[in-house]
Write a protein that binds this ligand. Structure first.
Ligand code: CDM
Ligand code: ATP
Length: 297
């Protein structure tokens, strides 16, 4: 028995850090949405009970450090599953990029194994399990567009943004999420306006969404890596309607309303970055070709 699942990347339309908690995490308020750039996760049943992982990119760990491995190990232990699984991950999402690639692979693995191992868990139960692997995994289980609070694991669905193009550009540096949160001075951080962004989504108001893009972590990463600022400036100069760094970075995304501008921005940035992608936002009304509502291919 085999399953293939799409594991899409996320971007943060807004990210506010409210306070540092006693457990070392930060209390956040973020609006996240999925984009149509996805890894592919293939699951094949193993009757010997073992869990194994292979990844198309050799530098991504394929042992217990892999988030997809951790998802399988968590389900196997919690539900005393006899079977095992071989997980093959075809990476398309840039790694350590602020796009939640590993978290999305974990979420896809949870959803796929729920079918493969016939566990009968609800999406809410899978999202709760996902939070044990990482703060972004719960959102990736639900997908779509959502408000995430707590340390990122409390999810409330929101309307999708209006149809937009997204150009993603990742400079050739990796950023540690832990270091970026660690470098933030919460009391000095500029706040965004989550309430107004939610209203803009309800109103399908692209101009308001552009003006309300906000990421508290951006200043920290920009200080550590000035090249991220240069990519932001170039993306704006080539014609993006609005630009922001996603998550803890270093990927910069540009939102673009007019399709005619996308090629110019994409080609312009290719001169500076190897990893550039022009994709669409995934809207909840869109059906991904050849997939069901769980992203199963
Ligand atoms: C930056 C974002 O990607 C935005 O969506 C997330 O907030 C981070 O999510 P993530 O990568 O799944 O993060 P985790 O793997 O849970 O945590 C990595 C590290 O980031 C820091 N961290 C993460 C989430 C959070 N709300 N506060 C934190 O301070 C902690 O030091 C933690 O040890
Ligand atoms: N399936 C996976 N895909 C990519 N990286 C993984 C995976 N599993 C574990 N990792 C490890 O996790 C680290 C972070 O990778 P990932 O691509 O998830 O970062 P990210 O996009 O910045 O995440 P986030 O946006 O959630 O903070 C990598 O350096 C890699 O060693």
């Amino acid at each position: 028995m085999k399953y293939s699942i799409k594991a899409p990347a996320k971007i943060n339309l807004s990210l506010d850090v409210l306070k540092k908690r006693d457990d070392g995490y930060h209390e956040v308020e973020m609006i996240m949405t999925m984009v149509d750039l996805a890894d592919r996760v293939d699951l094949a049943l193993r009757v010997d009970g073992k869990i194994s992982v292979d990844v198309s990119e050799g530098f991504v760990p394929s042992d217990e450090r892999n988030f997809a491995y951790q998802a399988a190990a968590l389900l196997k232990k919690r539900f005393r599953v006899r079977h095992g699984v071989h997980i093959y991950i075809t990476k398309r999402i840039p790694v350590a990029a602020g796009l939640a690639g590993g978290s999305s692979d974990a979420a896809a693995t949870l959803k796929g194994l729920n079918q493969l191992w016939e566990l009968g868990l609800s999406l809410d139960e899978l999202a709760e399990l996902g939070a044990e692997i990482g703060s972004d995994v719960s959102f990736c289980v639900y997908g779509g567009t959502a408000l995430a609070t707590g340390r990122g694991e409390r999810i409330e669905a929101l309307p999708s943004p209006p149809p937009l193009w997204v150009v993603l550009a990742k400079p050739p540096i990796g950023v540690s999420t832990k270091d970026v949160y660690g470098g933030l001075k919460v009391d000095k951080a500029k706040p965004g306006n989550t309430k107004a962004m939610i209203e803009a989504l309800h109103n399908q108001d692209a101009q308001a969404i552009f003006s309300l893009l906000h990421n508290t972590l951006e200043d920290v990463t920009l200080r550590l890596h000035p090249e991220v600022k240069r990519i932001k400036e170039q993306m704006k100069r080539f014609g993006a309607d609005a630009v922001l760094m996603s998550g803890s970075g270093p990927t910069v995304f540009g939102l673009v309303e007019k399709e005619s501008r996308v090629n110019r921005i994409y080609n312009g940035l290719r001169g500076f970055c190897d990893e550039v992608h022009a994709v669409r936002l995934i809207r909840s009304s869109d059906t991904c070709p050849n997939t069901d509502e769980n992203g199963m291919l």
